[in-house]
Write a protein that binds this ligand. Structure first.
Ligand SMILES: [Zn+2]
Length: 428
């Protein structure tokens, strides 16, 4: 490994991070080296930078440094949706510098999301707008009212995407039993049309979500297969290791052919951790060579009360740690929260430590000690160490994450500021 060139070597760096291990999958870096920042961008990565002139040198005590983490699936439209969490709680305060909100805003509610969530956030926030005009106002509730084809207008999505390039980064849609019981694949077909008309990728939820019309409940074994068949190369399906009967794995214990077919066609898969992650299914899929392309968290609050995220017990870094505990190499897991999401978004300015890029950086400490993760089926996964966010740089600005939402990685005593805020919200 050698130091990458710095184009303005006569000026001191603003800050050099040293005594650390750097994993930057985009540049095939995994080793001890320094990271230099100047004017909010990465100035250089390589050994020996701490010996060059710098306003500040930060000894990280052996910590792990990665490109700023990217979470492709969060819900952060506070107060407008009943299950949104604060953007910076899911973002920089969870060690994540870029979050993608999945469908909280629709074309008619994106204006508020832009002004009151994206603009004030320290975190880089993007939106996959809901295929319906209103957005996911009520989480998994009220599907038949809010998510029906009458509330879809493709031309409004096309106009919105043109007006907010980058911020409107894709379209959220659903491939599950409730929607299919009411409208078969109608809304999904409209989403594909909207994707084609706007040039945006789709992100599709899988696994029963909306209330089902029981008189027309589809055969669970057909739900994911029929939905996946509509996705295009570059579109992404969520919840790949979910244990929902109508989910991607279905009710069997063999990886279904339709999943292999979709993957081979270029359809992408997100972990979409959420409340239905199954270690059993993860093991079966991994044994068959099926890995998520990204490790989105699906961080959200309770569906029945505004601003109650006291029961939230999963996170982006929790997903990284769980994948590692299940056998995924750490570098592969880091690629799935940095390089791969950046590729999915087709955004060359995030997901790596390439000199010239905005200095979005996550610093992770390894905590030694017995710890246990629990999945949706009650299985426990015991580990003896875990990676936890220690520091974040967002466009060069230093932020100390409060880790308030990281209940799956830290005890309440280890995240006092976050817990205080969480309780205050829950009491409202
Ligand atoms: Zn979600």
């Amino acid at each position: 490994m050698h130091a990458q060139s710095d184009w303005s070597q006569n000026r001191p760096f603003d800050r050099v991070l040293t005594n650390c291990r750097v994993i930057d999958p985009a540049n095939q870096i995994d080793g001890r080296c320094d990271v230099a920042i100047r004017n909010g961008v990465i100035a250089a990565v390589g050994p020996g930078l701490a010996h060059q002139p710098s306003r500040e040198t930060l000894d990280l005590g052996g910590a792990l440094v990665t490109p700023g983490l990217i979470d492709v699936h969060v819900h952060v439209y506070e107060w407008v949706t009943n299950f949104g969490v604060p953007a910076d709680a899911a973002g920089v305060h969870s060690g994540v510098t870029t979050v993608i909100d999945q469908g909280s805003a629709g074309a008619w509610t994106f204006g508020g999301f832009n002004a009151f969530v994206i603009e004030p956030a320290q975190t880089d926030v993007r939106s996959f707008v809901s295929i319906n005009l209103a957005g996911a106002l009520k989480g998994g509730m009220e599907g038949p009212l809010l998510h029906n084809p009458a509330l879809v207008r493709i031309d409004e999505i096309v106009a919105l995407a043109a007006a907010h390039p980058g911020r409107v980064a894709g379209i959220k849609c659903h491939g599950e039993s409730g929607s299919q019981s009411y409208w078969d694949l109608d809304v999904l077909r409209l989403a594909v049309k909207a994707g084609e008309a706007s040039g945006l990728p789709l992100y599709m939820h899988t696994g029963e979500l909306f209330p089902v019309d029981e008189s027309r409940r589809p055969d669970p074994d057909t739900v994911a297969a029929r939905a996946l068949a509509l996705l295009r190369p570059g579109d992404m399906a969520a919840h790949v290791y979910s244990c929902m009967p109508d989910g991607i794995m279905g009710r069997g214990d063999q990886v279904p052919d339709y999943l292999i077919e979709a993957r081979d066609r270029g359809v992408l898969f997100d972990l979409g951790h959420g409340i239905n992650l199954s270690f059993r299914i993860a093991r079966a899929m991994m044994a068959a060579g099926i890995y998520p392309d990204t490790l989105g968290s699906d961080v959200h609050g309770d569906f029945t009360a505004y601003h109650d995220y006291s029961i939230l017990d999963y996170s982006l870094m929790g997903g990284v740690n769980k994948m590692v505990a299940l056998g995924m190499p750490l570098t592969d897991a880091i690629a799935r929260v940095t390089l791969n999401p950046a590729k999915f978004l087709k955004d060359p300015c995030i997901g790596s430590l390439t000199p010239g890029m905005p200095a979005n950086i996550t610093v992770l400490d390894k905590i030694e000690g017995d710890w246990s993760y629990r999945d949706a089926e009650g299985e426990e996964l015991n580990v003896t160490s875990r990676w936890v966010p220690a520091l974040v740089f967002r466009a060069g600005q230093r932020i100390e994450p409060d880790c308030g939402l990281l209940a799956d990685l830290l005890s309440p005593a280890a995240r006092p500021r976050g817990i205080t805020r969480s309780m205050r919200h829950a009491q409202r």
